[in-house]
Every structure is written in C-alpha cells, then in structure tokens.
Design a protein around this ligand. Structure first.
Ligand code: PEP
Ligand code: MG
Length: 304
C-alpha cells in the first residue's frame, strides 16, 4: 500500500515526509506560474523541482507538467477568453501548442531527476496522439540536455493522468504507452457528469459516488493492474476516508492526497480486509444511483 502526498510547493515535501507519506503522488507545478506576470524560466523551475525531489529523501516525487487553464489561470499565458475554458486549451493541450514552454519545463524536471527519484506526469490526456507527441518532446528535451552535458535520470518513469472519460475508456492504450497511471477524480467527475467543478449552482450534482464515475475508476484500475502498471488515485477522492473501502475493493493500492488526510485514510486501510471487499464492491458498482451506492457502502463498512 502506498500512501502519498499531493503538494503544490517544494517546501511542502518536508511536511509530507513528516506526515508519513511514502512519496509525492502529485506535485502540482502551477504555483510557479500563477500570481505573476512573467513565466518562470528553466533554472527557476529546476530549483523548485530539485528542492521537492531532494526533500523527499529518495522517495518518489511525481511532478505533473503544467495544468494551466480552466480553474487554474496563469496571467502570463492569457490569450483569448474561451467560452468553455474547461473544454478549451488547457493542460497538455496548451503545452503541445506551446512546445517551447513545455520543453523548458521538461528539461527542468529531467534535470531535477538527477537529485532523487522523480517521475513525470502528463495531465488531461484524451488522445493517443497527445501521448505520442508528449513522449517525442520528452525525448527532444533529453537530447538537448545530453548536448549540454547535463545529467538526468534516463529511466525516469512517465505517466498519464486519467481525468477524461475517453482516457478511462481507452486505458488499455494508455498503459501500453506509459509507465503508470494516476486517476484525477476531480476532473474525471467534472467531465463524466458535465458539471463545472467550480460552479456553485451545480455543486449538488457533483457526485463522486455516481455509478458512471465509479465504473470508469474501476475500469482504469483493472486495466492497469492487468497490464502490471502502477495506478494511483490523486484526486480528492483518495483523501476522502468515506471512499477508502470502495477504492480498496476496486483493487487500488496507491493513494495520493493532501497530507492532512493521510492519517485518517491510513486508519481505514488498516481496518479493511481487501480480499473480502473485492466481491462486494463489484456488486456495488452495479448500483443504479449514488444514493444506492452510499447505502450499500455504509452497510459494507459497518459489517466489515
Ligand atoms: C484531479 O483532477 O483530480 C487532479 C488531481 O488534478 P487537479 O485537481 O489539479 O485538476
Ligand atoms: Mg485535474
């Protein structure tokens, strides 16, 4: 079982370590780009990533490439204002459209990988060609560093986030091309249920226990496990102890969450008998609606 931390700043790595995290499952790098007028250069990024990697003392640090757009606005990158920013040029879409910005970040992450155990995570993938393009750019960044004589971990693991239903439904293709998967439930819920995660008017419809969401999560975990590739959940659901039994029953062994949630989720994991959970969770996934899921889950946890 891996209990990892989500961090947004390099200095939070130390807090994660103190809270007992076995690694950083998600380092959101947007903080470096937000609340400023210019873009951080390669060296500034490198210093931040190196601090996080070194701060975790050899434990894995999963650095996510820039997830700009929608709820994460970056003044220096503001172009036209799209009608539907969550469906627009965000995250990997932006990075592939601006390869120089992306390459700068990739080089910085690769350079940091020489100082510990770093992993690289690509957000918001939906298409096979996005994975291919991103991997080509990682290779280009490696070549550029080799030419400069700068060291990096040549075997750095490269993973993809499953945040869009298309990614969950084609997880087989993702596990063939990537080293690991990380399920971002925050966006997966938003895109599966067509609910803007930042719109209060529809907040009551934002439902992590909707059977459609759960089936996509279950499908992704099953596919990754079958292929022998690591899979984590790094969205809010991983830190919600009410969902721990459910995720364990789906076969999840890697959870990444806010450090403050680690202890509570760990307690749930310690009192769970995963072999008994699996068949019951499979039945629960066939439920018709979230209410039924919650009722079945409550019963499951009670007599566990
Ligand atoms: C997610 O979508 O679940 C996720 C972890 O990414 P973010 O919340 O940063 O969009
Ligand atoms: Mg996301």
């Amino acid at each position: 079982m891996q209990l990892q931390a989500n961090i947004e700043r390099p200095e939070e790595a130390a807090r994660a370590l103190a809270a007992g995290a076995s690694g950083v499952g998600l380092f959101r790098t947007e903080f470096l780009f937000m609340n400023r007028r210019d873009l951080p250069g390669e060296d500034e990024q490198f210093e931040a990533y190196r601090e996080a990697v070194a701060g975790m003392d050899g434990r894995p640090v999963t650095i996510r490439t820039l997830d700009v757009g929608a709820d994460k606005s970056v003044p220096a990158l503001r172009g036209s204002t799209p009608q539907n920013p969550a469906l627009g040029q965000r995250a990997i879409r932006y990075c592939l459209a601006e390869p120089e910005v992306f390459l700068e970040q990739l080089r910085a992450i690769l350079r940091a990988s020489a100082f510990g155990s770093a992993r690289l995570l690509l957000p918001m993938l939906a298409h096979s060609h996005e994975i291919d393009q991103a991997l080509r750019l990682v290779e280009l960044a490696r070549e550029q560093l080799r030419k400069r004589g700068q060291s990096f971990d040549a075997a750095i693991a490269i993973g993809g986030m499953v945040e869009v239903p298309a990614a969950a439904l084609t997880a087989g293709l993702f596990v063939r091309k990537l080293d690991f998967l990380s399920i971002g439930t925050n966006d997966l819920i938003q895109y599966t249920l067509a609910i803007d995660r930042s719109d209060h008017d529809v907040a009551s419809l934002y439902e992590p226990f909707h059977p459609a969401v759960l089936r996509l999560i279950g499908m992704t975990i099953r596919t990754a496990r079958k292929a022998g590739k690591p899979v984590a959940v790094c969205g809010e659901m991983a830190g919600d102890w009410a969902a721990t039994h459910l995720l364990l029953g789906m076969g999840l062994t890697e959870f990444s969450m806010h450090p403050a949630s680690l202890l509570r989720v760990k307690q749930e994991i310690l009192r769970a008998d995963t072999s008994r959970l699996a068949p019951r969770v499979t039945r629960l996934l066939a439920a018709d609606d979230p209410l039924q899921v919650r009722a079945l889950l409550a019963r499951l946890v009670e007599d566990h």
